[in-house]
Design a protein around this ligand. Structure first.
Ligand code: MG
Length: 288
């Protein structure tokens, strides 16, 4: 199933995408339905058995009548991100001083205030270096939390998958050494539009991720090209940090970022970036 956070009549609530530009307003079916995606994830064992039948009873709303929010509009803590997780991307940014293929996952974070609506505007004026770049990525939403999660059990801890654009100000990455500020400008993480739940996901490594800038195909990769798989990433992070329901992990970007071009091609006001994985949908962002 595909779950969304939508503002309906001015209130944020959980909806199920039912196809044909229509959502089912789950919160309208019962007063006790969780009010946020994180609350639903925390209470998932109580709701997963009945949510499909609730969706059948729920009032339908046209997507044009609701405001689609990021699926997790306010994460409880920073977004975990994996850097340099595709070999072709590592090679394209090598000349910029980002080094070689990692032997262990590189994990950094983005501030929660980066989260942006799927069709929200990204304000480039906050980057004084004018080197803002896109990074289309698969994001994992954690369901059941835990520490010392074994790779073989990792998918039991996944609630679902969404799309994220790990928007990055390249020159700030170098200027401040740590990548946090360069990747944490307000609004620099468009996310969504849906969470595809784990039980509907099938084999993630068969998926293909594409990013288009103003219609031009810039990134086109199989998720099988990830250096560290989703289970390896979950095992690595949870070895040190207790994962919690609703945590978000951005799994890295493939080759084709603007910085990899010669000369680099950075985003400018008026650009539209479209990140897609067929199973999940499309994340479209406009830069202003
Ligand atoms: Mg990234």
């Amino acid at each position: 199933m595909k779950l969304m956070t939508c503002s309906i009549d001015g209130r944020q609530r959980i909806a199920m995408y039912v196809g044909g530009a229509t959502v089912a307003d789950l919160a309208a079916t019962t007063d006790c339905f969780p009010e946020s995606m994180v609350a639903l994830i925390e209470q998932w064992d109580d709701w997963k058995g009945s949510i499909e039948s609730l969706a059948e009873q729920a009032p339908r709303r046209s997507l044009s009548d609701v405001r689609v929010e990021a699926p997790v509009p306010v994460p409880k803590r920073d977004i975990f991100c994996v850097g340099k997780n595709y070999a072709d991307h590592v090679n394209e940014v090598k000349a910029l001083g980002y080094g070689s293929i990692p032997s262990h996952p590189i994990v950094f974070s983005k501030a929660t205030t980066t989260v942006n609506r799927p069709d929200g505007l990204v304000d480039l004026s906050a980057d004084p270096t004018e080197t803002t770049d896109y990074e289309g990525e698969l994001a994992v939403v954690i369901g059941k939390g835990g520490r010392y999660i074994d790779e073989r059990d990792a998918r039991d801890h996944v609630f679902g998958y969404t799309l994220i654009n790990d928007v990055s100000a390249r020159d700030l990455q170098g200027r401040h050494v740590q990548w946090f500020l360069a990747k944490s400008i307000d609004g620099y993480a468009p996310m969504g539009p849906v969470i595809l739940t784990e039980e509907a996901a099938g084999n993630v490594r068969d998926w293909r991720l594409q990013t288009r800038v103003n219609g031009e195909l810039r990134q086109d990769a199989s998720l099988d090209q990830m250096i560290f798989s989703v289970p390896e990433i979950i095992a690595t992070i949870s070895r040190y940090v207790t994962l919690q329901p609703g945590d978000i992990i951005a799994t890295g970007t493939p080759a084709g970022v603007g910085a990899g071009h010669e000369p680099p091609v950075y985003l400018k006001p008026g650009d539209e970036v479209r990140v897609s994985i067929e199973a999940i949908g499309e994340l479209v962002s406009r830069f202003v």
